[in-house]
Design a binder for this molecule. Sequence first.
Ligand code: DMJ
Length: 934
Amino acid sequence: MSEAGGCWGCGSPVPQRAPWSLVAATTAALCLVSATSVWTAGTAPMSREEKQKLGNQVLEMFDHAYGNYMEHAYPADELMPLTCRGRVRGQEPSRGDVDDALGKFSLTLIDSLDTLVVLNKTKEFEDAVRKVLRDVNLDNDVVVSVFETNIRVLGGLLGGHSLAIMLKEKGEYMQWYNDELLQMAKQLGYKLLPAFNTTSGLPYPRINLKFGIRKPEARTGTETDTCTACAGTLILEFAALSRFTGATIFEEYARKALDFLWEKRQRSSNLVGVTINIHTGDWVRKDSGVGAGIDSYYEYLLKAYVLLGDDSFLERFNTHYDAIMRYISQPPLLLDVHIHKPMLNARTWMDALLAFFPGLQVLKGDIRPAIETHEMLYQVIKKHNFLPEAFTTDFRVHWAQHPLRPEFAESTYFLYKATGDPYYLEVGKTLIENLNKYARVPCGFAAMKDVRTGSHEDRMDSFFLAEMFKYLYLLFADKEDIIFDIEDYIFTTEAHLLPLWLSTTNQSISKKNTTSDYTELDDSNFDWTCPNTQILFPNDPLYAQSIREPLKNVVDKSCPRGIIRVEESFRSGTKPPLRARDFMATNPEHLEILKKMGVSLIHLKDGRVQLVQHAIQAASSIDAEDGLRFMQEMIELSSQQQKEQQLPPRAVQIVSHPFFGRVVLTAGPAQFGLDLSKHKETRGFVASSKPYNGCSELTNPEAVMGKIALIQRGQCMFAEKARNIQNAGAIGGIVIDDNEGSSSDTAPLFQMAGDGKDTDDIKIPMLFLFSKEGSIILDAIQEFEEVEVLLSDKAKDRDPEMENEEQSSSENDSQNQSAEQITSSSQDVDLIDQESPEESSLNSNPESLTLADTDSTASISPSEQNSDPTENHETTSLDGECTDLDNQLQEQPETEEDPNPNISWGKKVQPIDSILADWNEDIEAFEMMEKDEL
Ligand code: DMJ
């Protein structure tokens, strides 16, 4: 999908309903082909040399990631780039669901197979295929995610097979190849099939590779729920497997699961929820977006149409797309809503996975919203260097990790192909720079633990190699840079390549088992055409730029449109008489109002205050409603306060050779000592204190004088340790956890509390590292006498002097050396297994306010939901700052109709029973969202 690949789903220049299989490549070429050549203004065009330079940089980065994986991790599933070793499941502390991708099947190697060919590394591909055939065992007693195994391993094997046969046909490479990867894929396909043994046909989320589902040894099969994407992202791989092998069962099973999801869509909104019960088909989580949990379900509907030429998939996709654009899309935002009440936002934040959506919109041919959302995401990236896992509608960080996800690069690639706007090449260049600057470590690329501090996680996911390098390389590549025609293939969600000729092969199962329930839809619902880009771009080469321009300051001057819907419910004349932020528990007038609203106030023994609302005790139904709204406000205020009270993590950055600032460790702050967020960072060499626990006067003051002392956690209070090292002349301290194997990857970070006494005497900065992060420093000391670190609130740019020093040493030398250095085994730090007394002082803040929701916990009330766009605008303008976005938003004519005419969104008073019923549903969804994990 390179030159014009942005428009696979479009049919404009061909007769409607032409069989896709016959027209895919030509249609795509006609759709967007001339965009690059007509560019005359806006971002300056990038020269061929510059593009080649960037392409070569991507190749070098891939070598760094892949080379280190092969050298230090293979045959393990993934590389741990900070400790420079393989991640073997069972040998590392469990990370929960994330580990379900690891099946002891050399995941990263399989996921990288077709990337090697795209990057023109044919010899390495040949070698990698031989390794897979020789070493990989698919019969391990390990429980894996069906979804991840399908997209990464089955997809990886099929992508590898697709390119292996292409190469074989060319006559130079892979002449020995005899469909061995396909045989492995088939074996794996059969291993996944028992997961579909449910009445619904939706697969279980997990399966044991050796024992399947049911057997007691399987340790799985009791799950009741799965995510929509998990059940709806199988058709490309399963259909390809069927069509390559002639074994129809795979395509049949995947179609059946898709049919079931389609049947279960919420009929009035045409949306699907995030999780579904695999036995009953009931929606478990009724919130709906285009990101985590749903994303690739939509992607696969459109791509299944492209690959299989089956109209029903396009019809389904278009029906959902219409609903997405009606309810979820609030350009440039994409905000989750409730499937039953699609005018009601379910969240005030977005997750990073939705960054694939602009790419999918390009594929569909809807360029304008794709440009808008992509630009908004780029503004977020410019602010934080990477896209945080979740960010709020006013663009604050919600979840600070970034596991090197490729979705934004994917959308950038498709937008470039669609528009030919060199702006997107510049975007790609920024992505490359940020990866090298902030994520590159001596032994690969490390995920960001916290984009705010720049700290790392010991993790390099296989999708980084499967997707990121492919999209970045293709972005800068010209046709002649790739050894095959990429337009003959479609990308799976993991960016594996499947040949489009599969659409005409073994089609026998195409229509079997597929429902034909489209009677309520007519042709006008189906968008068979793309915008005619031949007209669009030549006439206005600044088209994309003109769409981006109003969004340039969207992040800096943010207008949190997503919460307007919530806000307006309070502004539509029905806000509670007392606002949560004004409430004072000592004000008798306020207490009187609370009483009227049925809210009682309980003083807890520990000094906290609890609010409980019994709607039944309110003076009237309107007061009860006010009370519920007050509770809702209070919950939001309280959670905001709690967030503000949490000190953000800090960073320990190793700046001496060979790290040169590249390894950044997540550290916990202290409630005492120098506040690193207010002061300049502290830089110094490290030295272990004696005694190592730092609980008494140090016996080695000469060793720690002027240095940053390392101290082990336990046996006395954190503040006591700080005083002892300070007295010995240390300029800072790092407390290292005494729980062997603990890591900030798996344990929540905390603040080191004081000792309940005045700690003003402690002047030096103190940070806390979990054992794994601490051992990286301890290992470094073993290897080098001098290890210098920087304690700060945010990783600092690498020292230019260090950069020069680093550059001057030969790259190979430096890499090999550093790899050796950090692979050395963990130092035995003589751990003492004793409860740490300091933990007792880590309790909750007694001043904080908690809310009980025994009778009612307020959530967003639907009764005041107002869909009037002018009302939206009024609210927005009151915020004062929302100039650019505001104008942009005004320009969007809102044509949506009330999907459910039985609900009066503007009605002021709703019967209390119905309010409570609504709320119960919302609370349920809200609680689910709280548990939400990407
Ligand atoms: C990839 O494994 C796939 O793209 C999947 O669909 C969801 N996202 C991850 C990478 O972020």
